[in-house]
Design a protein around this ligand. Structure first.
Ligand SMILES: [Zn+2]
Length: 187
């Protein structure tokens, strides 16, 4: 953040009184602009034994396969966001099942959440964010062309759980070193 969303003055990165970490603070209007992780919500959708994947038509990871997922919007629940993203990216009609995985992606400032879901019909109609949407048999999953670590982990858990006949809730954290200086105060 460079400018205050309230008054457009340049902000400074500083630790506010009674706080313990740097925040973007506006010297002109005194607003403190807190930044918090964003939720990415999506689905592991099946039609029979086959699993729904979308090939990304947008960066990052253009052309790679992914589970349908995207940023949660203000005013919706995590589950409603998962359904919406699945409709937008794959055009699939689905019924949400249980929460399936939750993965902290600390360096990306995101939390990725996936639900299991059941397709209500085989029809797909990929939206502008997908090059294609396709149902994959397990042996055809393009493991080397998947877009994100959270998608790989979730799909690995899913195929393993399905073989065992029991789906649990899976959690994980991906932690990379922050970029040098990114979180250090400028003044
Ligand atoms: Zn301001």
């Amino acid at each position: 953040m460079k400018f205050c969303p309230n008054c457009a003055s340049p902000v400074t990165l500083t630790v506010p009184p009674a706080d313990n970490r740097p925040r973007y603070v506006c010297p002109a209007c005194s607003a403190i602009h807190y930044q918090n992780p964003r939720i990415v919500t999506g689905t592991v959708c099946t039609w029979g034994e086959r699993i729904l994947l979308c090939r990304r038509a947008i960066e990052p990871r253009y052309g790679h396969w992914t589970l349908p997922a995207g940023f949660m919007e203000i005013g919706e629940t995590v589950g409603a966001g998962a359904i919406r993203e699945t409709i937008e990216e794959a055009g699939a009609r689905i019924e949400l099942q249980d929460l399936y995985s939750m993965i902290d992606v600390v360096h990306a400032e995101q939390v990725h959440v996936f639900y299991r879901a059941r397709m209500l019909g085989p029809e797909l109609d990929p939206g502008p964010e997908s090059l294609e949407a396709r149902l994959f048999d397990e042996q055809d999953i393009p493991w080397d062309e998947l877009a994100f670590k959270t998608v790989i982990s979730t799909l690995r858990w899913f195929v393993a759980d399905r073989r065992e006949g029991h789906f649990g809730l899976h959690t994980d954290s991906i932690v990379h070193q922050p970029k040098a200086g990114k979180l250090s105060p400028r003044s």
